[in-house]
Design a protein around this ligand. Structure first.
Ligand SMILES: [Zn+2]
Length: 280
């Protein structure tokens, strides 16, 4: 068999016709491989060909960490109000309603209490699909309450971030969450609590400027965009070209802002290892 034919033949993957009818195909933005969505789901939303990490929902992270083990949500009844009666192209009230219907979530973070590999933990998981993972007063409050429970029950705390920054529709009330969560984390740290952050694509703005960067250990998913202001704004401000890979996880690791880059399939194991190591 000719070499060219054998090579291409190896790549052919066949699927049952019914499967194709039920699902969709997704093209990897990095290597252009076309992947069946169920296959992508099974692979933790990581490209089977180049390991590109697609954005993942908070519910998928819960599945990844806890599988079917029982968990308890913290602050799930706290929902967004519209304190400023904010109106832009659409009203903030409508935006929340649309996001709830679209995502099935009630806010851009889920705080959860449970156990991974037998270790009691608290995890807060942000979700970019809910108004760009923006940090409003509900996000801040759900995270603050999670920190309170972690303090009280002496559990390690993990926050998985994914955020476009502060929620401008809530103005200063949104910015205040940076100070509030940072103060709570300082209390937690003073009492010896272990706090690990997992930065995913993208982690930017007020989220980066507060709890995302306060972890005792800062992990990041491969190639995640992590920064405060956008690259375009920085380029315009300083009038210089930015280095290659600027604001990507690997660049931040090299500069010492990130401690370790973790492939999603290893996340649960890595977190368990770190918590066991530091708590013993
Ligand atoms: Zn790929």
């Amino acid at each position: 068999m000719a070499e060219w034919f054998r090579r291409s033949a190896e790549k052919i993957i066949t699927y049952d016709k019914r499967e194709i009818a039920e699902g969709t195909w997704i093209k990897c933005p990095k290597c252009s491989t076309v992947i069946y969505h169920k296959q992508l789901e099974k692979n933790y939303h990581v490209c089977i060909s180049c390991s590109h990490h697609f954005r993942m929902k908070s519910t998928d992270y819960i599945q990844l960490l806890f599988q079917d083990a029982s968990i308890q949500e913290i602050g799930e009844n706290i929902v967004s109000k519209d304190p400023l009666n904010f109106n832009a192209s659409k009203s903030y009230k409508d935006q929340i309603k649309i996001s709830k219907n679209k995502t099935g979530l009630t806010e851009a973070v889920k705080s959860v209490k449970g156990e991974i590999n037998g270790i009691p933990i608290i995890v807060c998981i942000m979700d970019f699909s809910f108004i760009g993972g923006s940090m409003g007063s509900v996000v801040g409050e759900r995270i603050s309450r999670a920190i309170d429970v972690a303090r009280k029950e002496k559990r390690s705390l993990i926050i998985i971030t994914s955020s476009g920054g502060a929620r401008m529709q809530e103005g200063a009330l949104s910015l205040m969450q940076m100070a509030k969560t940072s103060a709570k984390l300082a209390q937690f740290s003073k009492e010896g609590g272990l706090y690990i952050t997992v930065l995913t694509d993208p982690t930017t703005g007020g989220t980066t400027a507060s709890y995302a960067m306060l972890g005792d250990i800062i992990l990041a998913e491969p190639n995640s965009l992590i920064g405060f202001a956008g690259a375009r704004v920085i380029k315009q401000t300083i009038g210089e070209d930015l280095p290659e890979g600027f604001q990507r996880a690997e660049f931040l690791l090299e500069k010492g802002f990130v401690d370790h880059i973790v492939h999603r399939k290893d996340l649960k194991q890595k977190l368990s290892f770190l918590i066991n190591f530091f708590n013993n």
